[in-house]
Ligand binder design. Sequence first.
Ligand code: IMP
Length: 178
Amino acid sequence: MSRVKLHDLEFEPFIPEAEVNAAVDRLAGELRVKYDGKRPLFIGVLNGAFFFAAELMKRLDIECEITFVKVASYLGTSSTGRVTDLIGLNERIEGRHVVVLEDIVDTGNTVKHILDALADHHPASVSIATLLFKPDAYKQDIPIEHVAVRIPNAFVVGSGLDHDGLGRNLPGILRIIQ
Ligand code: IMP
């Protein structure tokens, strides 16, 4: 893989596809041990998590379900504050072991809003599994339990991640050239 231009920005190879695959292998093993016999419900956050969700699912040989949501966030009334809707969530969550699948956790604001919205549905447990995690950018205190790859604080694309709609289809992870 060589350099790629997406809109106005240039990206260079950062994490090869084989390394991403190995990290997802390891994560699938971790989740198998934790959730075997619990019939977890995986919730992939669109658009970015489609790639990670598919790669993870084909490695997980336990009884499980998967669904996808889109996150819509808007300002409610002054008493409700910021409201996050999980669009497309039709499954019954109550009493289920839920694993939220993210493409990347950066500041953690998105994950925080999703967990707040899920709590209203009274799951038995909720954890986060993410393809990429930027620990230096993270501002929440919720533990990100299942991480495939930790990366420094740089803008990346590939494996489901985009720059303004482009780059999701690129294999491996590419990093912005400053
Ligand atoms: P948050 O800051 O953890 O709430 O991340 C919000 C969203 O920003 C993620 O779900 C991604 O869609 C996007 N994002 C954060 N960092 C990157 C990146 O390096 N590349 C592409 N998208 C990113």
